[in-house]
Structures are given as structure tokens and as C-alpha cells.
Design a protein around this ligand. Structure first.
Ligand SMILES: Nc1ncnc2c1ncn2[C@@H]1O[C@H](COP(=O)(O)OP(=O)(O)OP(=O)(O)O)[C@@H](O)[C@H]1O
Ligand SMILES: [Mg+2]
Length: 270
């Protein structure tokens, strides 16, 4: 039987902390082109230290491009992009190396003393230490994502970038992952930028939700609701405003496992 991996989340919203007044990420007037195609243009972004921000936008709007830029994976020459030095990314697919055991995947690139001990400690945080010596191919989708989270956490990143990290797991695992990510965020206090297509997931988790469109941030919603968040009137009002900014026709479905987005193009995104 699968081991539970949720620690109960405190039933209160964290008090605004002084660290949230410091700027962790600043991007000013950023442009990214691929050949003739301009994906990001004149983009401004500021994230406070320790803030949890969600990024919404239709498919192809440039969310992954922005994350890759902030992760230092794409060129930024001559442009104003400031981030913490230590950054880690979790992608939709866990991207574990199949020929390395789980703990070695987590320890990848780590140096210094007691590498195995540190990898195991990170695996313990995501309640996966019992699979330290397993091969990645034997992990479930949710376990692989937790290993990927452990690999990010072991670096104690100042900036944690999540690119649709729960899109490939089932609905129940996704809800458990929400609790896990929130508890890790509270404990380690990185600045988080999480891309998602799921409006309810964004409102449930984030301090602030941004919408990317036409190369820049076109809307933002500060979420002042206490955590854990109930789908109350205010939640639904925020959802409606965000769906409108995403160009979604019709009313939003009730939030159970996340709203489906139907874009004017006819594209359906879960
Ligand atoms: N290396 C690349 N070369 C050429 N075009 C690219 C490259 N990477 C991204 N693009 C293009 O840039 C645009 C934005 O891509 P990006 O992956 O950032 O979108 P996204 O918002 O993450 O979409 P999705 O929600 O589908 O993941 C797309 O049109 C994509 O085809
Ligand atoms: Mg993407």
C-alpha cells in the first residue's frame, strides 16, 4: 500500500512576513524572440522574496519560455533579468535519469560532505526515503514528481520554478501534492513561480496569480483568502475574473478538481 505523504497543513494563513517586502525576481522590459516570432515582449515581472505566485496563460503564450529564462536556461544578454543565484526547476515530467537510482538522481550535481545523507533527508521531506534505492522506472507518476521536488529542494533554492508540476498525475494525487508543496514552501520559504493551466489550482495555492498574454503580464489577482482555501463567493469571483482574462467563454464549473479551460480557439486544456 502506498505510504501517505501529507503532513496536515496548519489551518491558518501565514502572517505577512517581512521577507515578502524584499524583491527576489525583477524582470524589466524583457523580450524573447525565436526567429521571426516574438514570444515575450516588453515583459515586466516582480516577485517578492518568499512569495508564491502562479502563472496562467493559454497554450503557447510563453509561460515555459519565461520559466526557462528565470531558470537561466535561455539567453538574456543585455536584458534586465535579476533572480536569486540559487534556482531549481520542476517540470511536468519528472526528468529522472533512468540509469541512476532515486537518491543519485536527487544528489545529481551536489558536492560537499554527506551527499547521500542530504539526498535522503530531501527524500524524507517528500516521504519517499523508503524508495531511495529504487530505479526511477519503478516509481509511480506521483512518486517520480516527489523525487523531482526532492531534487529541487536539496539545493535549497531561493527561487523554485514549477512548470505544470502536477499536470500528469491523477486528481487525488494532485490534491495531495498541493498540500505537500504548501508545506515545503512554508518550511523552506523559497520564492515560487508555478505555471499551471488550472485556475482553481492557482487560486488554491498562490499569494498572487498572473495572466500572461501577448508577450506580457496582462492581469494579476492578489489572493488574500486564508489557507486552506474554501471555494466561497470570493474564490468564485476571483475565478470568474481570471477566466474572463483568459478569454474563456461561459461560466466556470464548480471547483472540485480544477476548472477546465476552453479557449476561443476551441482548444481544451485541463
Ligand atoms: N526553442 C524554440 N524554438 C522556436 N520556438 C519556440 C522555442 N521554444 C518555444 N517556442 C515557441 O514559443 C511559443 C511559446 O512557447 P512556450 O513553450 O513558452 O509556451 P507555453 O505558454 O509554455 O505553452 P504550453 O501551455 O502549451 O506549455 C510557442 O509558439 C513555441 O512554439
Ligand atoms: Mg509550457
Amino acid at each position: 500500500m502506498a505510504r501517505p505523504f501529507i503532513r496536515p497543513a496548519p489551518a491558518f494563513a501565514p502572517a505577512p512576513s517581512p521577507r515578502q517586502t524584499e524583491t527576489a525576481v525583477r524582470v524589466h522590459n524583457f523580450t524573447r524572440r525565436f526567429g521571426e516570432v516574438t514570444v515575450l515582449e516588453g515583459l515586466d515581472l516582480e516577485l517578492k522574496r518568499g512569495e508564491f505566485v502562479a502563472l496562467l496563460g493559454r497554450s503557447g503564450s510563453g509561460k515555459t519560455t519565461l520559466l526557462r529564462t528565470l531558470a537561466g536556461l535561455d539567453p538574456t544578454e543585455g536584458q534586465d533579468v535579476r533572480t536569486p543565484a540559487s534556482r531549481a526547476v520542476v517540470f511536468q515530467d519528472a526528468r529522472l535519469l533512468p540509469w541512476k537510482k532515486v537518491w543519485r538522481n536527487v544528489a545529481l550535481g551536489l558536492s560537499g560532505p554527506n551527499v547521500r545523507g542530504r539526498a535522503e533527508a530531501a527524500l524524507r521531506e517528500v516521504e519517499l526515503d523508503h524508495r531511495a534505492d529504487a530505479w526511477p522506472a519503478t516509481l509511480s507518476g506521483g512518486e517520480a514528481q516527489r523525487a523531482s521536488l526532492a531534487r529541487a529542494l536539496v539545493r535549497e533554492p531561493g527561487l523554485l520554478l514549477l512548470d505544470e508540476p502536477f499536470a500528469a498525475v491523477d486528481a487525488l494525487t494532485r490534491l495531495r501534492m498541493h498540500e505537500l508543496v504548501l508545506s515545503l514552501w512554508r518550511r523552506h520559504a523559497p520564492t515560487v513561480l508555478m505555471v499551471t493551466h488550472d485556475v482553481d489550482e492557482a487560486i488554491t495555492l498562490a499569494d498572487r496569480v498572473l495572466v500572461l498574454e501577448n508577450g506580457r503580464i496582462i492581469a494579476e489577482e492578489a489572493i488574500a483568502l486564508a489557507r486552506p482555501r474554501a471555494v466561497d463567493g470570493e474564490f468564485q469571483a476571483i475565478r470568474s475574473r481570471l477566466l474572463a482574462r483568459l478569454g474563456v467563454r461561459g461560466s466556470a464549473p464548480p471547483a472540485t478538481e480544477g476548472a477546465l479551460l476552453a479557449f476561443p480557439s476551441g482548444e481544451i486544456v485541463a
